[in-house]
Design a protein around this ligand. Structure first.
Ligand code: MN
Length: 207
């Protein structure tokens, strides 16, 4: 890899309104995500790993490939970089509202039905103490989907799980519009989930 860059969004900052407000989108992408990009480039450089041959998700899966001195910084900024990249990709102004195909079937198997899945995911996301993420992941060891949480910017890759859908519950993701009302933010976010994208990711992984 050469240098990581801030990924472009495939929609405008105002297009997730009224669920996620323009100002939050702008600051979150241009300031917060940019800081993770810069921090990742800097932390790789500091340990002489700026030409690490693998993409950050592979590095996070095997942090031992980074000198110990820089591991914690690469974990934080690399996780922050990749988590946010996935976060933007898994949102859309044109949400289908619910998953279809194989993902729908799998959700029915492990969570009974989509409504119950939403309930469990929302409850899990709301209960995260402090800053972190709630995820729908694919667990390749057991060939199944799971809901997990990570603290701060830890990535599911660090526990050998593949992120399919991620919800950022750091206050910077919702405070301007929702203040301390995280449950309201979580409820609104369901309206912008890109189920097409999430379903395609799942289909590619589970043969
Ligand atoms: Mn964030």
């Amino acid at each position: 890899m050469v240098q990581y860059q801030l990924p472009k969004l495939s929609y405008g900052y105002d297009e997730l309104e009224p669920f996620i407000d323009t100002e939050t989108m702008k600051i979150h992408h241009q300031k917060h995500h940019q800081a993770y990009v810069d921090g990742l480039n800097k932390s790789l450089e500091q340990v002489g790993s700026e030409f690490h041959p693998q993409y950050i998700s592979s590095i996070l899966s095997d942090l031992k490939s980074i000198p110990e001195l820089g591991r914690s910084a690469v974990n934080f900024f690399g996780g922050g970089f990749e988590n946010h990249r996935i976060f933007w990709e898994t949102m859309t102004p044109n949400s289908e509202g619910e998953p279809g195909g194989k993902l729908e079937d799998s959700i029915d198997v492990y969570f009974d039905n989509f409504e119950n899945f939403k309930k469990v995911f929302s409850k899990t996301a709301t209960a995260i103490q402090g800053s972190g993420w709630c995820w729908l992941v694919f667990n390749p060891t057991y060939n199944k989907i799971e809901i997990i949480t990570t603290q701060n910017q830890d990535s599911p890759w660090t526990v050998q799980k593949t992120p399919l859908l991620g919800l950022d519950v750091w206050e910077h993701a919702y405070y301007l519009k929702y203040q301390n009302k995280r449950p309201d933010y979580v409820k609104a976010w369901w309206n912008v989930v890109n189920w097409d994208y999430v379903g395609n990711r799942f289909s590619e992984l589970s043969e």
